[in-house]
Design a protein around this ligand. Structure first.
Ligand code: NZQ
Ligand code: ZN
Length: 396
């Protein structure tokens, strides 16, 4: 089956070595009166990128204020701080300088400023965003794909509740991407980013709609390219060619291109969000720790797809007489890939040797299934008992 679709990717991408030289004119073209420059814990200051941004805005004659301190798995408390600041200072444009966490925090502030109620209402399902301040991004880490996606994932400090919402209103007006800016990434972040990028496409590849062969071909090329570049970039972190492939893939993997005619599953993502909420782990690493278990839990009912993945993406030889073995070899091949780039393949490895308890699994199952009231995923709709089994399999 081929699913009907409505593809919308309005973000202007300015990509390359001199991309930052366009920041001033890009912000100006959005008719910004006063800008909030929003950033993370210090990497953009240390690398000199923030000074480039400041200079660009000053030279374009644009008034701006700053708010840093966004943490990975961004917090609602920082969003509230940003909303107050933007209202007080009459900010009408947000420039996110950083990765998924900073961009998601910017989107959340953008939703919150014009909304009279509590901004968390959106993530709590009590309200739907009707407006969002315009947002631009200067991307420093290819991973979450938030620079072109419609999502914003926020963690409520109280109770560590991590949730995502989607709306086209928050899509970035522009994304400035210079692969050179990613040379400073720690290897772990580079690897977790590559894992997340691949997962955004895999979540759309393992679905019930799998007859759009053009989308399959795009997805498989993207997955092979990121896999090969991730392995090579571990040895050559300042190789522009490799960094460029990974950075562009980050956007294409999550701007819905690989969903055209297909569908989205995102079950592994929903299971992961509970891990990163509870243990503060890096999202991409959490996905690596879960996906092999999810795959083994569902693969027997979707063997043809898993064989296609093993052969076309992981380079496994097709054993036509034993599709189950070919499928299993594909899962083992990705585990091997994760190990080679320093990613975990189960939760024990993710947490540095600590084994999660049954109680911790129950907390995650309860939150993920909202007390047993919802399912996640679409290839297979995972109920609370399926979630529990997958966490148990991944516990190792
Ligand atoms: O905070 P700073 O000091 O900037 O350091 C960051 C952070 O510690 C560092 N970093 C970023 N660029 C760097 C750098 N260090 C050195 N050099 C650079 N050039 O990297 C660390 C991770 O940054 P973060 O923004 O957290 O990474 P990522 O882009 O992976 O974002 C993760 C968040 O996005 C959510 C995740 O759940 C998580 O909360 N996601 C958002 C999605 C979306 N909006 O569409 C989809 C994803 O599936 C994901 O759920
Ligand atoms: Zn992700």
């Amino acid at each position: 089956m081929i699913k009907d679709f409505n593809f919308y990717a309005p973000t202007r991408v300015v990509f390359g070595r001199n991309a930052e030289g366009k920041i001033g004119e890009l912000v100006k073209s959005c008719n910004a009166g006063k800008v909030l420059v929003h950033y993370g814990g210090g990497s953009a200051e240390r690398s000199g990128l923030l000074n480039v941004v400041r200079k660009q805005l000053r030279e374009a004659g644009i008034d701006f204020i700053e708010l840093g301190g966004v943490v990975p798995n961004p917090l609602l408390s920082k969003v509230y701080e940003g909303i107050e600041l933007c209202r007080r200072e009459k900010v009408d444009f947000i420039l996110a300088v950083g990765g998924g966490s900073v961009i998601d925090s910017s989107k959340a502030i953008g939703y919150g400023v014009p909304y009279e109620g509590d901004a968390w209402d959106f993530w709590d399902g009590k309200a739907t965003p009707q407006q969002c301040l315009p947002i631009g991004a200067v991307l420093t880490i290819p991973a979450a794909g938030s620079e072109m996606s419609s999502s914003s994932v926020i963690t409520k400090d109280e109770g560590l509740v991590k949730r995502g919402i989607t709306s086209d209103l928050c899509r970035c007006r522009f994304a400035v991407m210079n692969p050179e800016r990613t040379y400073t990434l720690p290897p772990y972040q580079t690897a977790a980013g590559a894992t997340d990028i691949m997962m955004h496409t895999m979540e759309r590849y393992f679905t019930r709609y799998n007859e759009m062969t053009l989308t399959d071909a795009i997805s498989e090329a993207l997955l092979r390219t990121v896999k090969d570049a991730a392995l090579a970039v571990m040895e050559r972190p300042e190789d522009y060619r490799l960094r460029a492939q990974i950075m562009w893939a980050s956007s294409l993997a999550h701007n819905d291109l690989t969903e055209c005619g297909a569908d989205r599953d995102f079950g592994t993502h929903r299971l992961e969000h509970e891990l990163s909420a509870l243990f503060g782990v890096t999202h991409g690493a959490g996905l690596a720790a879960l996906w092999p278990s999810w795959a083994r839990y569902v693969k027997d009912r979707h063997l043809a797809r898993f064989v296609q993945f093993a052969v076309n993406v992981m380079g496994v030889e097709n054993d036509f007489a034993h599709p189950d073995e070919t499928a299993e070899k594909g899962i083992r091949a990705i585990e091997d890939f994760y190990r080679r780039i320093g990613m975990p393949t189960n939760i024990r490895e993710l947490l540095g040797g600590r084994v999660i308890t049954d109680e911790e699994i129950e907390v995650m199952v309860d939150k993920c299934s909202r007390g047993g009231t919802i399912t996640v995923g679409s290839l297979e709709e995972l109920r609370a008992e399926d979630m529990r089994r997958i966490y148990q399999m991944a516990r190792a």
